[in-house]
Write a new protein. Structure first.
Ligand code: AMP
Ligand code: GLY
Length: 429
């Protein structure tokens, strides 16, 4: 089978790498891909948001399955377009992807299904949003309704800060249409956990858990990023959490979607906060996490293509994925300045030496190969380096050893990835 992976990040390199191991995969294309995806397949110069171009390419090349990495094409209906063209694609339809593309939609569904989440209100008028803030204890969380490149959530320390964030989103159109409507919610204390589930209609199968590190700097300081590193399995996940997750989140959600006439097929990734009162859903993502995927997939022993197909066929609940029992730790190397402005085109040294280390996988994110063969930086998050070890300590040590072999001007990364999840997010406030 020929496969097309849509996207150009570390997640897409990990998906293409894992799919390339399937004996049923004949050829892999990545659109547009990066310098890593071309090691396992062929890059195609089509942007992830060029939906008609992707449909044409899949038809011309007789692609057997297209796997969509990022949220934007899903929110814009790539799956509906592929379905209409009779092309096989992995991911939710535009209607189902609203779980991620509209926080108001997600909150409303959680309310109807009684899924545990932060107490919240949804607003179309800034004066009403502000009045609601005054009734909440500080800090207060303000969220743009739509997709905002991971920047649409503000934790405001008091009502003044909340007012500034609300004004920027609703009146100054900081995030364009995405921030015209907002969610205001209570701040939850705890540690976060990323759960990935393959959902096909009424059935679902969980993948391994992971814990992401969202803030830019050590000690959970600095601005939010797409994610600076991950550990899998998550060290804050327990048997009780698993039972509560199945009972209070997945089962009611799948039923609720069905009742709303929405069939979800694809990867559902709820972001959870593990609080003293139990787990709470922070948000739903409708695609694989980045960098969680780079930590999860190196532990998957089963064929990913089989699992994606079982999801599409509605039989994924019967699949029993096998996992490497070892711990995976992923460290993200970012460009100087990320998540703010940064330079690109900087040569990266040491990639081959790093990739040759045992139990290490180098996933490319923002990279590009120049005509002379040099690999240079091409984005904010540049590389995600994963190492496996028999314990978190061993995996961490191997991951950082691997990181030390790579260098590029301005490179920054967190030194505390995978340290125990005992510090609560309150420390970051
Ligand atoms: P979201 O896009 O909703 O997951 O929010 C991005 C990040 O903001 C989350 O991963 C959390 O770190 C933080 N966050 C979101 N909602 C809350 C909340 N209600 N309480 C505390 N932190 C939150
Ligand atoms: N790492 C979080 C995300 O992919 O949304």
């Amino acid at each position: 089978m020929k496969i097309l992976v849509v996207g150009s990040g570390g997640r897409e390199h990990a998906l293409a790498w894992k799919l390339s191991q399937s004996p049923r995969v004949e050829r892999i294309f990545c659109a547009p891909g990066n310098a890593g995806t071309e090691q396992v397949g062929e890059n195609v110069p089509l942007a992830a948001d060029d939906l008609p171009g992707l449909v044409r390419f899949a038809r011309d090349k007789q692609i057997g399955l297209t796997v969509v990495g990022p949220d934007d094409p899903l929110a814009n209906g790539i799956v509906d377009l592929f379905d209409a063209a009779g092309l096989r694609v992995f991911g939710p339809t535009k209607a189902a992807a609203q779980l991620e593309s509209s926080k108001i939609f997600a909150k409303e569904l959680m309310r109807k299904c009684r899924i545990p989440t932060a107490m919240a209100g949804s607003f179309e008028r800034s004066d009403r949003a502000l009045a609601f803030c005054e009734r909440l204890p500080s800090p207060i969380v303000i969220k743009a309704d739509g997709l905002a490149l991971g920047k649409g959530v503000v934790v405001a320390h008091d009502c003044d800060e909340a007012a500034t964030a609300i004004d920027a989103m609703m009146n100054q159109a900081q995030f364009g249409e995405a921030g015209r409507r907002i969610v205001v919610e209570e701040f939850l204390r705890g540690t976060e956990c990323s759960v990935h589930a393959l959902v096909g209609g009424t059935g679902y199968r969980m993948l391994a858990t992971a814990r992401d590190h969202k803030r830019a700097y050590d000690g959970d300081k600095g601005p939010n990023t797409g994610g600076m590193g991950a550990i899998s399995p998550a060290d804050n996940w327990t048997a009780e959490a698993q039972a509560a997750f199945d009972r209070d989140v997945m089962k009611p959600l799948v039923r609720g979607l069905m009742r709303s006439g929405i069939a979800f097929s694809g990867l559902l990734f709820p972001g959870l906060m593990m609080t003293a009162e139990g787990l709470r859903v922070l948000e739903f993502n409708c695609r694989f996490g980045d960098p969680e995927t780079q930590a999860i997939l190196p532990r998957l022993k089963s064929d990913l293509l089989d699992l994606l197909e079982a999801t599409r066929n509605g039989t994924v609940q019967d699949a029993v994925p096998e996992w490497d029992e070892r711990v995976a730790v992923t460290v993200v190397l970012a460009s100087g300045g990320y998540p703010g402005a940064y330079k690109t085109g900087i040569p990266i040294a040491g990639l081959d030496e790093c990739a040759a280390l045992p139990d290490v996988q180098v996933f490319h994110a923002g990279t590009r190969r120049e005509k002379d063969g040099t690999v240079v930086t091409a984005g904010g998050r540049v590389l995600a380096i994963t190492a496996l070890g028999t314990s978190a300590t061993e995996a961490r040590q191997r991951a950082y050893e691997a990181v030390s072999r790579v260098s590029f001007e301005g490179c920054h990364y967190r030194r505390d990835i995978a340290l125990p999840a005992d510090a609560t997010n309150v420390a970051a406030q």
